[in-house]
Design a protein around this ligand. Structure first.
Ligand code: PMP
Length: 397
């Protein structure tokens, strides 16, 4: 049976990471893989997480099964973080939540659920979007349509083209929007644009689907959730997938959440029963450890503050790097405007150079980023910034 199998090409980001590790250049820089890094280039365990883990180790009494929805306490605390503690949909009990194996688990189960609701509905995703959206959503059987989003020439969102494309969506279609820190472009909708999209979706009977994997890493916890909270307040039905991978640094612990907002508490309960049965047939129930950490942090005022402070350090570091990169390029011999980098949010931006120039950065300067020129800004630091800018100058010459 396995004789005729051929190997799937390696994920380009993982292949690049392997070459980076083998590279012996003393000034090599990894701007590829999408994890947060500190000044030393490390992705450390957050202090709040360490304290919560120590507490769990001392107090946990069982490893018995949980449930397809995971921990109800985790679900409740994360719902408050995502929607805000006093959101009408929470007060009205119109949200059903499931702890999931990371944001990926939430996205896939959302797609399974939505396909179960209507097997003909399509999901609209931005061009470009995070590459994994396609297999996660398409793999559940949803048809994928694309709407224009990032305009590489203007280094900004082509909002009119986005609206025009969504005019051809039909009632019941789903629109995937990045809650904040758009991956891969870093270009986020402003408030006015969020409202205009909401108007269009309302008028056409489209279902909002928000993927928020970077809450707190853009402009702030509440600021980053603006669009998601506004849509939840306006629409009778929506779905949202969130992740604790980046903002709690829990990547490998696989900690995420899926929220389904329904028109009434009864409909939410029915939607939940459909969702939990899908979860049961996929992975039965989510892993517990990461969610137990998050639940511990969010249930303790002091630990929550420690976590918020650490998150602010991460967010400010990313914004600071964006500003100093733009300033250093401005002060260099490079005669090209890169100021868009400081207007964007989160870890990613397209540098906007050609794939040949990306290749030259890699082969001549040991600077690694993916071919599209998406760079992880957090991979930079004050020490390597001058080297990076001078290498960029050389490949642009
Ligand atoms: N959505 C987006 C846009 C992402 O960038 C990521 C992480 N790269 C995720 C979802 C999910 O991540 P995870 O499954 O690791 O929580």
């Amino acid at each position: 049976m396995f004789e005729g199998l051929h190997a799937v090409p390696q994920d380009p980001i993982l292949a690049m990471l392997a070459s980076y590790r083998e590279d012996t250049h003393p000034q090599k820089i990894d701007l590829g893989i999408g994890v947060y890094k500190n000044d030393q280039g490390d992705t450390p365990i957050m202090r709040a997480v360490q304290v919560a883990e120590a507490r769990l180790l001392a107090t946990e009494t069982t490893k018995s099964y949980t449930a397809p929805a995971g921990s109800p306490v985790y679900n409740e605390r994360v719902a408050k973080l995502v929607f805000g503690s006093d959101h009408p949909v929470l007060n009205d009990k119109r949200v059903v939540s499931a702890q999931t194996p990371g944001g990926c688990g939430a996205l896939r189960m959302a797609a399974e659920f939505l396909r179960g609701c209507n097997e003909d509905s399509k999901v609209w995703v931005s061009t470009p979007t995070w590459a994994n959206h396609m297999p996660l959503l398409g793999g559940a059987g949803l048809e994928i349509c694309m709407y224009p989003y990032y305009d590489h020439d203007n280094k900004n969102i082509d909002f009119q083209a986005m609206l025009d494309a969504l005019e051809s969506a039909v009632a019941g279609d789903i629109v995937l929007l990045h809650g904040c820190c758009h991956n891969p472009s870093g270009a986020d909708l402003n408030k006015e644009q969020w409202h205009a999209i909401a108007d269009l979706m309302e008028r056409k009977g489209l279902i909002p689907f928000v993927d928020m994997a970077y809450q707190g890493l853009g402009a702030g916890i509440d600021e980053d959730a603006y669009g998601l909270r506004m849509l939840a307040a306006r629409f009778p039905e929506m779905v949202a997938a969130t992740s604790c991978s980046k903002n709690f640094g829990l990547y490998r612990e696989r900690t995420g959440t899926l929220f389904i907002v329904a028109a009434t508490p009864e409909q939410a309960a029915n939607a939940g029963s459909q969702l939990f049965s899908k979860i049961r047939s996929h992975y039965s129930m989510p892993p517990s450890h990461g969610a137990a950490i998050v639940e511990t942090i969010l249930g303790d005022t002091e630990l929550s503050q420690t976590w918020l402070d650490e998150l602010a350090v991460m967010r400010n570091r990313i914004q600071g790097l964006r500003q100093s990169l733009v300033a250093k390029i401005r002060d260099s011999a490079i005669d090209r405007d890169f100021s868009f980098i400081e207007q964007q949010f989160g870890m990613f931006s397209f540098l906007g150079i050609t794939s040949a120039q990306v290749e030259a950065l890699r082969s001549q300067h040991s600077i690694y980023m993916i071919d599209s020129s998406r760079m992880n800004v957090a991979g930079l630091n004050d020490e390597c910034m001058d080297y990076f800018v001078s290498a960029l100058g050389e490949v642009l010459r």
